[in-house]
Design a protein around this ligand. Sequence first.
Ligand code: AMP
Ligand code: MG
Ligand code: MG
Length: 320
Amino acid sequence: MLTMDSKPAMLRIISSAIGVATRAGAEVRQITRTGKLGIVDKGVCDYQTEADRRAQRMIVVSLAKKFPKSIIVGEEDLVDDKKADASLLVEDADESVLSQTLPKEYENVKEEDVTIWIDPLDGTSEFVKGVSYEHVTVLIGISVDGKSVAGIINQPFYGQKVGEEDKTTGRTMWGLVGLGCFGVTPKLMTEDGLVITTTASHGNENIEKSIASLKPDKVLKVGGAGHKVLLVLEGRAHSYVFASAGCKRWDTSAPEAILRSAGGQLTDAFGQTIEYKFRSDGNYQNYLGVIASASPKIHSKVIESIPQEVKDGLKSKSKL
Ligand code: AMP
Ligand code: MG
Ligand code: MG
């Protein structure tokens, strides 16, 4: 008989994160159905809705109760996000995770060694504008010693286009570096006909210059860091190119871990690993950009092709 308490912390945290990500995704669908999005403007093309707020509260309240010693960092600045609210507390956990054989390197990881990164709704721009629901994801990343190692992604509207009948139950995927990924089938594209995916709503000259230098055959401009990494993971794009500040650690933690668990890579525009550490100033910008690729070979090619002037520009504006 599997008892949750006797299992290693890493498996227990992933198991609970899958349960709460799935429920948060259902909450996002429910709020969308009501049509009362309660949009708040956080900046230039940066929005927050009631779906972002409720999903974050649900995830924070539920994980903080079970793992009080872990550090939890959420995107939304909500004064009351740890306030107990019975309707938000999720006890669901994915039992199948508990029977996985945990790679040795995680055996001694304790609850207090873990930082949990939450983007309760990634792809809000496209969600608010009604461009696409499929670009929306709920992201929970788990880092240890500054490295993102596990990621849970729920795609609440998987398979549902805007205007189509609302009948999807979404999908939840997860990965642990060294173990593999689950709930999604990674696919490597053939190397000919380079396909790049990038932002639809936060573009700029540096991103354009970086993509142009790759001479791609196709560029998919779509919303969400989580969604773009899924395109790379599932063989619909070779690489996600975002040579710009703008993405934060909660955007990249879960996608990075799930992609790496399948043999891909996600780094900054210099090919350096992104560091996931708590900061008292709350500045979690990925100033040096985000590049994610299906394989190390494609990744090196993309990193090498980013123009030096773009790299210099990113470095000069970094505030970390
Ligand atoms: P996008 O690819 O534009 O959907 O962006 C991926 C993630 O990074 C989303 O969570 C965006 O909100 C965030 N992001 C990227 N660029 C910016 C920016 N310039 N301002 C605010 N958020 C950004
Ligand atoms: Mg986001
Ligand atoms: Mg968000």
